[in-house]
Ligand binder design. Structure first.
Ligand SMILES: CC(C)(COP(=O)(O)OP(=O)(O)OC[C@H]1O[C@@H](n2cnc3c(N)ncnc32)[C@H](O)[C@@H]1OP(=O)(O)O)[C@@H](O)C(=O)NCCC(=O)NCCS
Length: 162
């Protein structure tokens, strides 16, 4: 656990992003129900390379982000969200940064996620701001929105000088 952006801390309490295991899945489930109004988090956790991150504000769970491997080179960020009362304080961006760091450190080459831009505009705007490109688009009759796939290549970690 480590403190993240100090600006966020000053404005909205101490923000901590922690990578957690399946033992915290009930916390994710509670957040998921509040944010998405559904019990299902993702279809299955029987996936390779599952990573789960929780955001805490002053120790209270405020958001989550989780994903898994799609083959050896690609990591798929499958779902994430922030509780309504905690939005627009940089928490989704902090979760993304932590996940990008962990995914890069694990040796993946590309980071991808899908989002529905009309239903949930936040991850479209954030993705474009953070250097992602749209690599696929199609209409989903189930969600009655376009599904955009965002992708970003991950630069290999550089060794510190000296
Ligand atoms: C999308 C979501 C995760 C964003 O969480 P957040 O913590 O409020 O996001 P951040 O504060 O880190 O926002 C970072 C940037 O993303 C963009 N952004 C975030 N929410 C936005 C929105 N509703 N509309 C437009 N841009 C948005 C902004 O550029 C923002 O920077 P700014 O606040 O300085 O303008 C949150 O709104 C949420 O949980 N929504 C419902 C579920 C969802 O959409 N999940 C993602 C599905 S792929």
């Amino acid at each position: 656990m480590r403190p993240t952006d100090p600006d966020v801390s000053a404005e909205a309490g101490l923000l901590e992003i922690r990578q957690v295991g399946m033992d915290r899945i009930e916390t994710v489930r509670d957040l998921n129900v509040t944010i998405f109004d559904e019990e299902r988090i993702i279809n299955t956790f029987d996936r390779d390379g599952v990573m789960i991150f929780l955001a805490f504000v002053d120790g209270t769970p405020a958001g989550f982000k989780l994903g898994y491997a799609l083959g050896n080179e690609k990591f798929y960020s499958a779902k994430g969200g922030v509780l309504p009362d905690y939005r627009r304080r940089g928490i989704a961006r902090a979760l993304l940064y932590e996940m990008l760091d962990a995914v890069r450190a694990a040796g993946y080459e590309r980071f991808v996620y899908d989002t529905f831009p009309n239903k949930h505009p936040g991850m479209t705007v954030l993705g474009l701001e953070e250097g992602f490109e749209v690599v696929k688009a199609g209409y989903s009759p189930q969600y009655q929105d376009y599904r955009l796939r965002f992708e970003r290549k991950l630069e290999p970690e550089t060794e510190p000088d000296g």
